[in-house]
Structures are given as structure tokens and as C-alpha cells.
Design a protein. Structure first.
Length: 65
């Protein structure tokens, strides 16, 4: 098996794990109203890596604590 294939697989699993953590963090964050929660979750699901980066830059708290 190629090292590039293994690296790509591990990178994909890592991005999926961060995506799930961020979405759970959004759902558990009471300071965000429901409309904004729907917006951020849709942005993360539609623009996976870009949506994660933008949310983590814009959000004032670290959701990965």
C-alpha cells in the first residue's frame, strides 16, 4: 500500500474528527442563537475544510477545548 494513500486516509479521518467536534461544539454553545447554528453547520457541511477554518477564525472561543 502506498504511503500517500495511507497519509490521505489519515488526513481524511482527522478532518472528519475535527468536523464532528466543531459541529458538536456549535450545538452545545448556548451563546449562538438557533439561526446562526443552522448557518454555521450548513457552511461547515457545504464547504468542509474552508467552513471549518472560517468558523474557527471568526468564533471568539476555542471550540476544541
Amino acid at each position: 500500500m502506498s504511503i500517500v494513500l495511507i497519509f490521505g486516509f489519515l488526513l481524511s479521518i482527522g478532518i472528519l474528527a475535527v468536523t464532528v467536534l466543531v459541529i458538536v461544539g456549535i450545538l452545545n454553545n448556548n451563546s449562538i442563537d438557533n439561526n446562526n447554528k443552522i448557518f454555521w453547520i450548513a457552511m461547515i457541511l457545504l464547504f468542509n475544510l474552508l467552513g471549518l477554518i472560517v468558523y474557527l477564525l471568526v468564533n471568539d472561543k476555542n471550540v476544541l477545548k
